[in-house]
Design a protein around this ligand. Sequence first.
Ligand SMILES: NC(=O)c1ccc[n+]([C@@H]2O[C@H](COP(=O)([O-])OP(=O)(O)OC[C@H]3O[C@@H](n4cnc5c(N)ncnc54)[C@H](O)[C@@H]3O)[C@@H](O)[C@H]2O)c1
Length: 348
Amino acid sequence: MHILVTGHTGFKGSWLSLILASRGHEVSGISLDPLPGGLFELADVSSLLRDDIRLDIRDRSGLEYAIGATGADLVLHLAAQPLVRESYADPRTTFETNVDGTLNVLQAIEGVPATKAAVIVTTDKVYRNIGQSTGYVESDALGGDDPYSASKAMADILTHSWTTSFPGVPTAIARAGNVIGGGDVSKDRLLVDLVGGFAEDEPVSIRYPDAVRPWQHVLDCLSGYLTVADALLSGSGTGAWNFGPDPDSFQTVRQIADAGAELWGDGARWVDASSGSHLHEAALLTLDSSKAKRELGWKNTLPFPASLEWTLEWERLVRAGADARAVTLGQIERFTALAGDASWTRGF
Ligand SMILES: NC(=O)c1ccc[n+]([C@@H]2O[C@H](COP(=O)([O-])OP(=O)(O)OC[C@H]3O[C@@H](n4cnc5c(N)ncnc54)[C@H](O)[C@@H]3O)[C@@H](O)[C@H]2O)c1
């Protein structure tokens, strides 16, 4: 199958491109240039692609041409400005990329006869956070206070409206939360900061040590995206789907930092840098993923300790000189063997 991944140069997009290419699919990508030192560069993902297109998704006519010329069977839309803090610094680019960019993708794929399905990736932050302790389900109200969350909620509503009004290409919306895994170099992500400090033998400053966060391995999140893509290609799966981590993965930042330092060894350490004056951060919001479990047969494969161990293992091996592509493909194979029926092994 020929699959187009937008955001293929990013963290999730690089893992996804490697999964798909390793399973024999033709993969094309549309994104901005990769960040230096990330998985895309280290694993030389570009050399596995049919088309490696560098294009701003805000460029409507350019995108329409590129998506038309690519002519993929399946489109997985991940490209976004995905950082909350950056969304305060540059709200206009965040809204334009996440909302207009998604509209441009939806409209462009309508004109491609080959395209049989599309998955639009949003986030757990699309839900209006009313402080409930139970997980949010797909029918709960959407909202968003910070510009990132609001832009993603807008993209989510836009996708619902578009696919309801113009039901051409069967489309799903995939909502997942914080993910971890090797090769991430984005700003403001705890594991990225921890590993960077541990590797440099520097104490890592932690701003919110007592904040509780869900942690999911990137492979479990991507297996959700591919499971729903498989359903779309088989005639079901439209609408919104949560692919969240299991309750065992809710840990404080302090617990992650302690466990990470212990696993890393070599005197790895962190320091409490909480101060009291911070940008507004939403209270913990969790996803209820029972719909995906019940209707798609999706489940998480890696429990929380394994997600952390695999992430640190990847970083240690690659920083010691191991081949990043080989390490990544090795983890993909291990994951596939563990996941069995409940992963992309089913359809892809
Ligand atoms: N990483 C997480 O914890 C997380 C959590 C929830 C949702 N998500 C969502 O998953 C998707 C992928 O996130 P990621 O973690 O891989 O982020 P990332 O920052 O690593 O990758 C973002 C990708 O989008 C591309 N991009 C950004 N602006 C673009 C533009 N204007 N035109 C074309 N391409 C553009 C980048 O080039 C890159 O390839 C995003 O939609 C994000 O909102 C991520």
